[in-house]
Design a protein around this ligand. Structure first.
Ligand code: ATP
Ligand code: MG
Length: 419
């Protein structure tokens, strides 16, 4: 084969896309019911947006970005995540002047140069929400609750766990970093090379290293929740209180620190034990400093992103719901003179929202009915010379194997029969 798709990328084919539509449409419906409106941002932004927005010492910026020079020499990057671009747009469009809070969702492709494996790709899709302008733990609670209901709605009742943690404000993190580095330094021989580097640059990230020996060492490390400042402690307790009061099940997991620099206070992940090591299907948290860091006014914010590929994989495992492209009506026509009348009926039905299949080559009735069966059409209509003469057609309900004779121009009766 001469042309092949790039490694780590994938086509989503008819037959698969119906499941994607179901998940995407449910997300739209649930997120909009919580007051989030869609914001579409470009796939390409200037590279510095991501360096500032995500942080220079993160995996994404260090080694995963698809960056290249534009024709004028300026550096561009294919978006590796959505938050930095949404914040850029929030500031550029002065949303902070328009309404006290702003709530956006986005969906679409992301690009990261990772080692491809099941549930991890170089081109993948996320849906994310960002909520600007509320300082309150209630805002964190509500987006966690919203995600929880979204997962219930697509049928992930027993397969998803909520893991929450707090990484506190700057004061909490500075105190904690010192304690963590003090604990890890004498044990650093046992840490992987990457974690040894992180000890000097971003020690919190050592806690979410996937390496077994690093994990063993961090099991007994000091817990960040013991180092929270008073304000951060109050914030975290309020979140927990609300989740308890609303009976949302969660686990406090002190190893969740998230890979991106911008998080403050609340961090969380939605995980599953059914996808092997790619176990996070959604992740997020609060990022109170990012808007200001990117040049806007100080604005508290909270949000998350979910990974659609992993959700689709899990959905395939859990749901026996059948997804197929629907054909409501198949119109069979026999003889050249019947084609135009058949097309007229097809147009009427399509204008009324029905999906209609009609051949454009003259075919035998046998082969047309075979096709109707293959498409699993709900109804079949047959127009031959006889029907044209009598002005009546036979409409067959394929599921019930019943039929009805209807006037060829009586669209009203036809629609009420097939509805
Ligand atoms: P991981 O620890 O698995 O690398 P991450 O912390 O890099 O995840 P985020 O940047 O928080 O992930 O992205 C949110 C979600 O997007 C993840 O929980 C995951 O479901 C999905 N995701 C991230 N990277 C990929 C990828 N390369 N391929 C498919 N899905 C991904
Ligand atoms: Mg990653």
């Amino acid at each position: 084969m001469k042309y092949k798709i790039i490694r780590g990328f994938h086509d989503i084919l008819p037959g698969q896309i119906e499941r994607w539509h179901f998940i995407e449409n449910t997300a739209r419906q649930v997120f909009e019911s919580y007051g989030f409106n869609e914001l579409r941002i470009p796939v390409l932004e200037s590279t510095d947006i991501y360096c500032t927005g995500i942080g220079d010492t993160t995996d994404i910026v260090e080694k995963e970005m698809y960056s290249f020079d534009d024709r004028d020499g300026s550096s561009l990057t294919l978006r590796p995540e959505g938050t930095a671009g949404v914040v850029r747009s929030f500031i550029e469009n002065s949303f902070y002047k328009k309404t006290p809070v702003s709530k956006f969702y986005y969906m679409g492709p992301m690009f990261r140069h990772e080692r491809p494996q099941k549930g991890r790709y170089r081109g993948f899709n996320q849906i994310g929400c960002e909520y600007f302008g509320s300082q309150s733990a209630a805002a964190d609670a509500e987006i966690i609750l919203m995600l929880w209901y979204f997962f219930q709605k697509i049928g992930f009742t027993d397969s998803v766990k909520i893991e929450i943690n707090s990484i506190g404000d700057e004061e909490s993190r500075e105190n904690y970093k010192t304690a963590l580095v003090n604990y890890l330094t004498p044990l650093k021989e046992g840490l992987c090379d990457q974690c040894n580097r992180k000890l000097g640059t971003n020690p919190l990230r050592i806690l979410d290293c996937k390496n077994e020996s690093c994990r063993e060492i961090t099991v007994n490390a000091p817990k960040i929740t013991d180092y929270l400042s008073e304000a951060s402690g109050v914030h975290f307790n309020k979140l927990i209180q609300i989740l308890d009061d609303l009976s949302v099940p969660y686990n406090v997991n002190d190893k969740i620190v998230r890979g991106l620099d911008y998080y403050t206070e609340t961090v969380f992940e939605f995980t599953t034990d059914k996808l092997g090591s790619q176990n996070a299907i959604a992740a997020g948290g609060r990022y109170n400093n990012l808007v200001e860091k990117m040049g806007g006014p100080p604005t508290p914010a909270t949000g998350f992103a979910l990974g659609l590929e992993r959700i689709v994989l899990l959905h395939e495992q859990l749901s026996d719901k059948e997804f197929k492209f629907p054909t409501d009506v198949y119109i069979a026509w026999i003889g050249e003179d019947t084609f135009i009348p058949a097309m007229k009926i097809a147009t009427e039905l399509r204008n009324n929202g029905k999906s209609v299949y009609i051949e454009h080559e003259s075919k035998s009735i046998k082969s047309q009915l075979k096709r109707a069966n293959k498409l699993d059409a709900g109804y079949t209509l047959i127009i031959g010379e006889e029907e044209l003469k009598s002005g009546r057609i036979i409409v067959r309900n394929m599921k019930k194997s019943s039929e009805e004779s209807i006037g060829i121009e009586d669209t009203g009766s036809l629609l009420s029969y097939i509805n």
